[in-house]
Design a protein around this ligand. Structure first.
Ligand code: SME
Length: 159
């Protein structure tokens, strides 16, 4: 594994394009799921400096906080609750441009303004979600969705 992440310049798509092969290389060298999820959060956070990024893992019938970067967060989320619980229940990627407009949004922090959540699927079931929060409204778009799906597919290969 490279000693250091090579941070990428350019527009958002170029930043993802430079980062994703590095993420692939980082996880290729390690078989432990938690170690890999932790480094994926760190790599994305180093590049994009979002307010919060992390994984919630399905444990029995709840989402439980997994590896993350950012302030402390809610540890458990019920199915169908908040953006994460909804993405889990619907097995759908969700972009929320303004969290105050999302019914039932769970405010772990009032600083969070917009959000993207992607389900991580294994054998047709959602086994985890990737949750990214921004302290700026309207931070996430189709470019993020496209490249974060690539990150999720890397996770789906080892989780
Ligand atoms: N915003 C999430 C809760 C988790 S935190 O923001 C870290 C939600 O509504 O699902």
């Amino acid at each position: 594994m490279a000693e250091e992440l090579s941070l990428q310049q350019g527009d958002k798509a170029e930043q993802y394009q430079g980062l994703i092969p590095q993420i692939q290389a980082i996880v290729a060298d390690e078989s432990d799921t938690i170690a890999n999820l932790a480094n994926i959060c760190a790599a994305l956070q180093q590049q994009f400096d979002w307010f919060w990024i992390g994984f919630y893992l399905v444990r029995e019938n709840e989402l439980v906080l997994g590896p993350f970067q950012g302030p402390i967060a809610c540890t458990r989320i019920a199915k169908g609750r908040g953006v994460c619980g909804t993405a889990w229940q619907q097995k759908q990627l969700i972009i929320v441009p303004d969290v105050d407009q999302f019914p039932g949004h769970i405010a772990c922090s009032s600083a969070s303004k917009s959000e993207i959540v992607l389900p991580i699927m294994l054998g047709g079931e959602c086994v985890a979600v990737l949750d990214i929060d921004s302290d700026v409204l309207n931070s996430f778009d189709e470019v993020d969705a496209y490249y974060l799906k690539e990150v999720v597919s890397i996770v789906e290969d080892f989780i």
